[in-house]
Design a binder for this molecule. Structure first.
Ligand code: AMP
Ligand code: MG
Length: 410
């Protein structure tokens, strides 16, 4: 028996960040930058108006007020999108729209609300200070600035900044492509009602969805029989354009545990009992010329999900170049007693909720057997109970690994 940490260390020491590729900016959403991005242009790119109003020389409005309005001639009209350089003579104004380039010489904008909106002459009933309602070129980003560092994950806001500075394509660490293979003679395709002795391949869908939820690219292979040559052929045919493979089933001590039987012969695969519950039988290694990481997870649905969370997700994040601290644990108070196995880390399905004062509580989410999908779907966290604890008592602090949004307790 090895510890969770030993198995995890072997995995994270083996997998590597994927080589970078160039992608169109929008296709790079969710990916991590594999380059620094320096801006060739300033932002704003030109001096422009922050308001709809009138570009003026502030000095011309000295003394302007509600009871002492000042009238200025309107020498022109500048809309956003105007690409002509204009200039404003002293004593004059120009009607200007938000985002339109400031005419040379103008040093402030009077908002339209402070005027009568005149088209040839405008009555202004407020003064302005120099620079008011003007966005200076480069005040946000200067040309030559480092706008984003290698390692930044690209979400909507980061994509907007890169687009604004003129980026079309970026070098990123790609989303790992992950093959999901389910094994078992009892399995039938999802969408069918299971007959006696049959089980729907819920693992295949669960893990495909879990891969997708991590912003990786899943490829689900249908159910594979417990037959050595079928399994091997399927696996080999999938190694070609994959970055990782996840299998479920066939790794325990049963008579038809094909995955373990076949892959035990591969020198770079290892099968272990890991001191955890659920999820004890685990296999990991690399296969093929490209040394593709292969995770062979147990078939019981809860074991498969816990194994994914504990071993596969950190590996996929690492391959995608993402910081490991993304998955952080939440400390909660156990709301009642529950037993835990001696010598194994327990991953208990719990409902995690947060009360008005920000404290978290964890309550067991139903039946804890490793086959029990009902309680898995109903849980929103795994309470991680250390191997030496055999009884969690109400009031104990437990560390929880969130699986979904935390509930607000009323
Ligand atoms: P195994 O790991 O192959 O011994 O399977 C352990 C248990 O998990 C058995 O009850 C299987 O029927 C169940 N199981 C295996 N694979 C799947 C799957 N893909 N979807 C749902 N249940 C499965
Ligand atoms: Mg099986």
């Amino acid at each position: 028996m090895i510890t969770v940490q030993e198995h995890l260390s072997r995995i994270v020491d083996t997998v590597q960040r994927l080589p970078s590729i160039g992608l169109d900016l929008l296709d790079a959403q969710g990916c991590v930058l594999a380059q620094d991005v320096t801006s060739a242009v300033p932002l704003p790119g030109f001096r422009n108006s922050a308001m709809d109003g009138y570009a003026v020389h502030a000095v011309d409005l000295a003394g302007a007020g509600e009871t002492t309005p000042v009238t200025l001639p309107v020498a022109g009209d500048i809309a956003a999108g105007n690409t002509q350089a204009l200039s404003l003579a002293p004593g004059q104004s120009m009607r200007i729209m938000t985002g339109a380039p400031m005419p040379d010489g103008a040093d402030a904008v009077v908002p339209v609300e402070r005027t009568n909106g005149g088209l040839t002459r405008v009555l202004v009933s407020a003064g302005v200070s120099v620079g008011q309602h003007v966005r200076e070129a480069g005040e946000d980003v200067a040309a030559g600035d480092l706008v984003m560092s290698e390692g930044t994950r690209l979400g909507p806001r980061q994509i907007a900044l890169l687009a604004a500075v003129g980026t079309g394509e970026v070098r990123v660490t790609p989303r790992p492509r992950v093959v999901v293979i389910s094994t078992g003679d009892e399995l039938i395709e999802p969408g069918n009602r299971p007959g006696f002795g049959q089980v729907v391949d819920s693992n295949g869908l669960m893990l495909t969805a879990a891969v997708r939820a991590l912003d990786c690219v899943p490829r689900r292979v249908g159910c594979v029989r417990d037959d050595a040559s079928t399994f091997l052929t399927t696996l080999e045919s999938q190694l070609m354009d994959a970055d990782a493979v996840i299998t479920t089933g066939g790794v325990s001590m049963g008579a038809y545990d094909t995955v373990k039987e076949v892959l035990s012969r591969a020198a770079a695969m290892r099968f272990d009992k890991v001191a955890m519950q659920p999820g004890m039988p685990q296999g990991f290694g690399v296969l093929g010329d490209d040394e593709i990481p292969v995770f062979t997870l147990p078939g019981n649905p809860v074991s498969a999900m816990v194994s994914f969370e504990v071993f596969v997700a950190p590996a996929l994040r690492l391959m995608a170049g993402r910081p490991q601290q993304e998955a952080s644990l939440v400390t909660a108070v156990a709301s009642h007693d529950w037993p835990a196995p001696d010598g194994k880390v327990q991953y208990a399905r719990v409902v995690l909720s947060r009360n008005a004062s920000g404290h978290h509580t964890a309550a067991i989410a139903g039946l804890q057997g490793s086959h029990a999908l009902g309680s898995l779907a109903g849980a929103n966290a795994l309470a991680v109970i250390p191997a030496d604890v055999t009884l969690v008592r109400a009031g104990d602090q437990v560390r929880c690994h969130p699986l979904g949004p935390i509930l607000e307790a009323s």
